[in-house]
Each structure stands twice: as C-alpha cells, then as structure tokens.
Design a binder for this molecule. Structure first.
Ligand code: HPA
Length: 283
C-alpha cells in the first residue's frame, strides 16, 4: 500500500513536469539550450534577451507563483548573446514557504524544454575579508545547510539517479573564463564556496563566523536546491554570486535590509549583465 502511494507520487512529479513543459511547447516551439535563474537585483538581465515568449508563472500548469521583493515571476524564452535560453525572472525560495519540490520545479521544466545547462545568480553575504561589496564570486563548490532536500523521497529514475554524484557540481571551465574576463568588464571576481542557509533572517555575527570557519566565501538563502536538481538531471551548472554585504571580519558586519541588498547588486548589475551575456554566448 505504502509503495503504491510512493509510486503514484513520483509519477505525479514526472507527469506534472511533462504537463508544464508541453503546455509551454504549445505556446512556442523555441528550444532553449541554457536555463538561467536571475537572483535578487539582477532582473534587468532580462532586458538583454531577444524575446520569443514571456510567460507568467501563474499561467503555467503546476508552477508556483513568486512573492519575494525584486523577483518578477515570468518565464522568458529567447536569445541571449545569440544563445537560445529560458530565463526565470524571479525565483522561488524555501523561506517563502514553498516545498523544495516547488522551489526546483522550474529547473525540471527547463531541462524538459531542452536546456542541458543551468546558470544561476544570487545576492549573498561575503564571509572572507578580501571580498568587498559588489565583488562577484563564481561558485566552485557549496555546503548545503538547508533543512530539506528536493531529492528527498522516492526517486524517479527517469529524472536521475537515487544518489547523484557531487564530486564536480560546478563547471570550473565556465568559472575560469569568467575570472579571466571579469576585469575587462570592470568587475572584481573570485572563485569560492557558497553556503546555503534557510533564512529568512540574516545571520548573526556568530553564524557569519561559522560560515567563515567552515570554508564559506559567500552565504545566501537560495540556489543550492536548484543546483541539486540540475545535477540530478545531469545538467552542467554555473553559479555567480554578487556580494551585497560584507560579513567578515566581524567589525565589518552591519545592519542589512533587503533594499540595501538590491541596491548593492544593482550597482554592478549593468556590468554583470554584459559579462554574463558573453559567458552564456560562449558556454
Ligand atoms: N545572508 C544570507 N543571505 C543573503 C545575505 C546574507 O548576509 N546577503 C544577501 N543574501
């Protein structure tokens, strides 16, 4: 009996992904190769797309609807730097109350539409002394401290393996190219480790110290669930964080509001837009 319930549940997820993807395919026959998720303050990257279709999340079967400030809530299909992409303008966060399956559902749909690469961006706190506000960090690894995992529960082998390997979660060649190009776009770039915490509160000084001590370069409330699901499905993954606030050393820690975070990211967003467009075009 219990096995039956589980079986139905996994089949339901697969069917829902397929329903959402085929609904989108009915609207447009555009075939994306790269999935892009825009984080806080980077929504304007959407303006760089030569648009083929813009679909509100609310119209897509089984899609969650976004509520976070600075997140628009539309799926955009079109060309970025000539490359066919599908872009989420606005992502879902665990702290909004969505299940991990909901948070990651759009990534599943992107893969079903044809994207075999995922680029995600986010705003994050910087937990290394050498990092300044407005620096960007290409993520080379992560430490997942979220209390749930989108892959928990019965596994559907059609989506990916039960125990997905995480020895090479991020595309280091993408990072190397990003580090090489960043200065010519007026950006200071690093490569580092992202630590995911659930939020929605920002971290206490002791918690920032913890992130620093365990090897974190940046800390944020997103991205890792999407990365796990993308890797589960065998997608190549790249992530770029924008340091919106300094969290190390301890005397650099100040009060942070979401407006501060958005403002800090928007200050570098035009430069980052150009860099990301170039990197996606080459990826
Ligand atoms: N902590 C967690 N998430 C964040 C931060 C932070 O300091 N800054 C931007 N997103």
């Amino acid at each position: 009996m219990r096995d039956h319930l589980h079986l139905n549940h996994t089949h339901m997820l697969y069917d829902q992904i397929e329903e959402a993807a085929s609904w989108i395919r009915d609207k447009t026959d555009f075939q994306p190769e790269v999935g892009i998720i825009l984080g806080t303050g980077l929504g304007k990257l959407a303006d760089e797309i030569e648009l083929e279709a813009a679909i509100p999340y609310a119209d897509i079967p089984h899609f969650p609807v976004s509520t976070a400030p600075g997140h628009a809530g539309k799926l955009l299909l079109g060309r970025l730097g000539g490359r066919p992409v599908v872009m989420m303008a606005g992502r879902f966060h665990y702290y909004e109350g969505y299940s991990m399956q909901q948070v990651t559902f759009p990534v599943r749909v992107m893969k079903f539409l044809g994207a075999d690469r995922l680029l995600a961006s986010n705003a994050a706190g910087g937990t290394r002394a050498e990092m300044a506000m407005g620096d960007i960090v290409f993520i080379r690894d992560h430490i997942n401290l979220l209390p749930d995992n989108p892959l928990r529960g019965p596994n559907d082998e059609r989506l990916g393996p039960r125990f997905p390997d995480m020895s090479k979660p991020y595309d280091r060649a993408f990072n190397a190219r990003g580090l090489e190009l960043a200065p010519s776009f007026g950006l200071r770039a690093h490569e580092g480790v992202y630590v995911s915490l659930p939020g929605p509160n920002l971290e206490t000084p002791a918690e920032y110290g913890f992130v620093h001590t365990i090897g974190g370069w940046v800390v944020g409330m997103s991205t890792v669930p999407e990365v796990l699901v993308a890797r589960h499905m065998g997608m190549q993954v790249a992530v770029v964080s924008v340091v919106s606030n300094k969290c190390w050393p301890p005397d650099a820690i100040g009060e942070v509001t979401v407006e501060d975070v958005i403002e800090a990211v928007e200050a570098v967003a035009p430069r980052l837009r150009r860099l990301v467009t170039t990197l996606v075009a080459e990826w």
